[in-house]
Design a protein around this ligand. Structure first.
Ligand code: SF4
Ligand code: SF4
Length: 243
């Protein structure tokens, strides 16, 4: 997809309504902060060829409200050139997150999505302890998914800064409560205009896409309507991560 975009409109206000942003920040605030102490910062923000072949993705899942929050941040804080590069980025599953800096930092750290905030927070022992603590209280299938997902995001090089939040956070992860709250938020606002919504419904039968990637959402939100009319069906047919 090299067809280039788009009208970058920095002059108007934030896309995300203030109350939705405040609710999003409340969700983020429940996640304990970690300090990273590995010898190659950002290694978890890019994929090896083997990880890519194994269907891993960077900065995923990204919820629609998180996407809009990041768009606002990019518009408000980045140079015109960087805005153009980031807002026209349309690879669904890049090997390297487009926000990873040359020195391994995150260029959108204050607004990074839940998937990035929760990486490396729960230790392998914490995953097992949480499963045992919640066994019989929450559906077994949730716990199986929790153990499978969280075991893949354990990092031995992180140090927890807010240990008092860890148990509640682990419970939110095991019960998918963050995910439900994010999905509820976008039911109140998902920012898609009528033309794009119509095209999405015609192309997929879906009213909205709740979780995708940065490049995927850029395609739906920011490609010209004329381009989407010809290409959206094919894009969604090929998309592996649009939900
Ligand atoms: S999460 Fe782990 S691998 Fe990723 S930057 Fe932090 S310490 Fe390094
Ligand atoms: S958004 Fe930031 S933390 Fe998340 S994958 Fe990209 S560079 Fe890493």
């Amino acid at each position: 997809m090299s067809d280039s975009l788009l009208q970058i409109t920095v002059e108007h206000g934030p896309v995300l309504p203030a109350d939705v942003k405040a609710s999003l920040e409340q969700i983020y605030d429940a996640v304990p902060t970690v300090t990273c102490a590995c010898d190659r910062l950002g290694q978890c923000c890019e994929l090896t060829d083997e990880e890519a072949a194994d269907d891993w993705a960077t900065m995923y899942p990204l919820y629609a409200v998180e996407y809009l929050n990041i768009v606002d941040h990019v518009r408000e804080n980045f140079s015109k050139e960087e805005q153009k590069r980031l807002l026209s980025f349309d690879e669904e599953r890049p090997l390297r997150c487009p926000f990873l800096t040359k020195v391994g930092g995150c260029s959108i750290h204050p607004v990074r999505p839940l998937a990035c905030r929760t990486y490396g927070v729960i230790s392998q022992e914490g995953v097992i302890e949480t499963r045992d603590r919640l066994e019989g209280e929450v559906p077994a299938i949730w716990l199986r998914h929790f153990v499978k997902n969280e075991s893949c995001t354990v990092c031995p090089h992180t140090e927890i800064e807010e240990s008092e939040k860890v148990d509640d956070h682990a419970e939110c992860m095991a019960t998918f409560s963050y995910d439900r709250r994010l999905l509820d938020l976008e039911k109140s606002f998902d920012g898609l205009d009528d033309d794009r919504r119509d095209l999405l419904i015609k192309a997929s039968g879906k009213y909205r896409i709740s979780r995708w990637t940065w490049g995927g959402f850029n395609t739906l939100w920011r490609k010209p309507i004329s381009w989407l009319k010809s290409n959206l069906v094919g894009i969604l047919d090929r998309a592996a991560l649009a939900e």
